[in-house]
Design a protein around this ligand. Structure first.
Ligand code: HC0
Ligand code: SF4
Length: 562
């Protein structure tokens, strides 16, 4: 503990790791472009530069707090310096703000406003570079890159990949994949974490909003939406509602008003996944083969295994993701001419995830050679489409999903948070659904924000070793332990984004700790208020197995190979 003086006021510090954190604690919002508490300190943008009582200037993100320090954050000299940094960045930056996908959320734009920069004094000497549009999930625009390195560090530090790196020197410096390859030819898993940390529009979501409007406007097309668990707890705050509260009912109402013919809940298909995956798991345990079972619902993780640990491909569950199962079931349902009434069925899934855009294109997820999900819209895109439609989201009355696929158990809702798939599976394996059993499962070890969790549960006399991890860098640690024989698990649940889908690459970015916890708590609350909390007690699922799925579980719900 110590004290420092910031702009003439005494401020206490305790365990803050840098001067910047103490300044922010003192209520001063010092701007930064490259500093992020979840990433290593880079100190490149210099916007957090402050001055001390001896006139020394330094980047406050890179300096440890010391007792007795005297800091000035807003002296005339510092203000001029900061403004000049932003001007220089702007001079080398594409300034098509009106048409930029990041407009309104761009940190550079925000800083230009904040510093009252209305003209840029310096000439742009950077040559215009082509966009990389090769990825199914993301667009990379080098002309909007400000070299903060956030994407490079997010990819390396959170995901254990080195897809992006600095290339060239001086004024030619750029961030690109190695050898300037297109993203689609790299190990990129489309997780979108680089986009989450990008302060400008240099890495953005590949949007599919126009295709969806076209389908909605076509009278011969039945447009069906399925909404992923994590979306419902991330949409509300964009419309001024309480952070993290589930707004599923309002979202259903708005989607209907926008023109979606039917709206379903992906939690229904999460229940299907649990039914299939628990059966598969018990079968493998009984035969003692292909263990540990690796969950397969996160497409970025599936690609990571295929690229980085191909020797473990057979360990992946053959279950398609809930998104994949749902679309296959819907398409099969409307194959019946009486139901289809000569309309084309177009399935749009609304997901927190950019990698889902890649998942739907992978041919092993197709049914009889045909793509099941037509379009994936991320949460960010659906928010934009709602704004575009002019509908007042906040004032909508809630509506229920359509039938016959409109209900998922609480176990399906928690899929969106790390540990949720495991908890849902443990519920399925339990004999009863009384409160004590549900509480015991909740306490078993799957919950919590830690990147890697491990615990043992006993199932009918057998000890099952469980590992739950989120973030691919953590997944890498887990897989290296398994590979070397240091760890023995029966099942490993991985979600590529830290904390699970609630922090997916397609969610509205700039989510601080409060938002993260609110989204997590929102999903647990959604589970809590659901009357059915076990997948195997969902009557719609049971009915589906007796009808449409009777002899089609494999062809609609599983992949043949990875
Ligand atoms: Fe997820 Fe899913 S839980 S991956 O995180 O399993 O994107 O929310 O929709 O498919 O259900 C994402 C979220 C899903 C799927 C489900 C799973
Ligand atoms: Fe790396 Fe994920 Fe970005 Fe691809 S999408 S470059 S894997 S952070």
């Amino acid at each position: 503990m110590g004290f420092m003086t910031i702009d003439g006021r005494k401020v206490e510090f305790t365990d803050e790791k840098n001067v910047l954190s103490v300044i922010r604690k003192a209520g001063i919002d010092l701007p930064t472009l490259c500093y992020h508490s979840e990433l290593s300190t880079f100190g490149a943008c210099r916007l957090c530069t402050v001055e001390d009582d001896r006139g020394r200037t330094f980047a406050s993100c890179s300096e440890e707090p010391r007792d007795g320090m005297v800091i000035y954050t807003n002296s005339g000299r510092i203000k001029k310096y900061r403004k000049m940094i932003v001007e220089l960045l702007l001079s080398a930056h594409c300034r098509d703000c009106t048409t930029c996908v990041k407009s309104g959320e761009c940190k550079l734009q925000e800083l230009a406003h904040r510093m009252n920069i209305t003209t840029v004094r310096f000439q742009n000497t950077r040559e215009e570079k082509p966009l990389d549009t090769s990825s199914p999930a993301l667009i990379r625009d080098p002309n909007k890159c400000i070299l903060c390195g956030n994407c490079v560090r997010a990819c390396r530090e959170l995901q254990g990949l080195e897809v992006l790196g600095f290339t060239h020197r001086g004024t030619d410096a750029m961030v690109t994949p190695a050898f300037d390859k297109p993203l689609s030819e790299t190990d990129c898993v489309s997780c979108g974490q680089c986009r989450v940390f990008c302060p400008t529009g240099a890495i953005s979501i590949r949007t599919n909003m126009d295709e969806v409007w076209d389908a909605i406007n076509d009278p011969d097309t039945r447009v069906i939406a399925q909404v992923a668990p994590a979306v419902r707890v991330a949409v509300g705050d964009a419309f001024g509602l309480t952070k993290g509260h589930s707004v599923m009912g309002k979202l259903v109402a708005v989607l209907h008003r926008m023109g979606f013919d039917e709206v379903y809940d992906t939690t229904f298909a999460a229940d299907l996944t649990i039914m299939e995956e628990s059966k598969e798991f018990l079968n493998r345990v009984e035969k003692n083969e292909k263990l540990p079972l690796l969950t397969s619902c996160c497409p970025a993780w599936v690609k990571f295994v295929c690229d980085q640990y191909p020797e473990f491909k057979d360990n992946l569950s053959t279950c398609r993701s809930p998104q994949g199962m749902f679309s296959a079931v819907i398409k099969e349902y409307y194959k019946n001419p009486e139901r289809s009434q000569n309309k084309k069925t177009f399935v749009v899934s609304i997901m927190p995830c950019t990698a889902k855009k890649m998942e739907i294109l992978r041919s092993n997820n197709f049914t009889h050679g045909e793509q099941d999900t037509d379009i994936v819209l991320t949460t960010t895109e659906i928010i934009r489409m709602i704004n575009n439609s002019g509908i007042d989201f906040a004032s909508q009355e809630t509506e229920a999903c359509d039938m016959p696929f409109g209900f998922g158990s609480g176990a399906g809702a928690i899929f969106g948070v790390t540990g949720g798939v495991t908890e849902a599976m443990l519920r399925r394996l339990a004999d009863d659904h009384n409160k004590a059993t549900m509480d015991a499962i909740a306490e078993a070890g799957a919950r919590g924000d830690e990147g890697i969790k491990e615990f043992t549960v006993n199932y009918k006399g057998t000890d099952l070793n469980v590992c739950v991890a989120s973030g691919l860098a953590n997944a890498q640690t887990v897989m290296e332990d398994v590979k070397s024989g240091r760890k023995h698990y029966h099942i490993i649940e991985i979600m590529a984004c830290r904390r699970g889908c609630i922090m997916g690459g397609g969610q509205p970015p700039r989510a601080g700790d409060r938002t993260k916890s609110a989204r997590r708590d929102g999903l647990y609350q959604a589970d809590h208020v659901t009357s059915i909390r076990k997948a195997d007690e969902n009557p719609l699922i049971l009915a589906l197995y007796d009808t449409l799925l009777k002899d089609k579980t494999h062809e609609l719900l599983h992949v043949d190979k990875y």
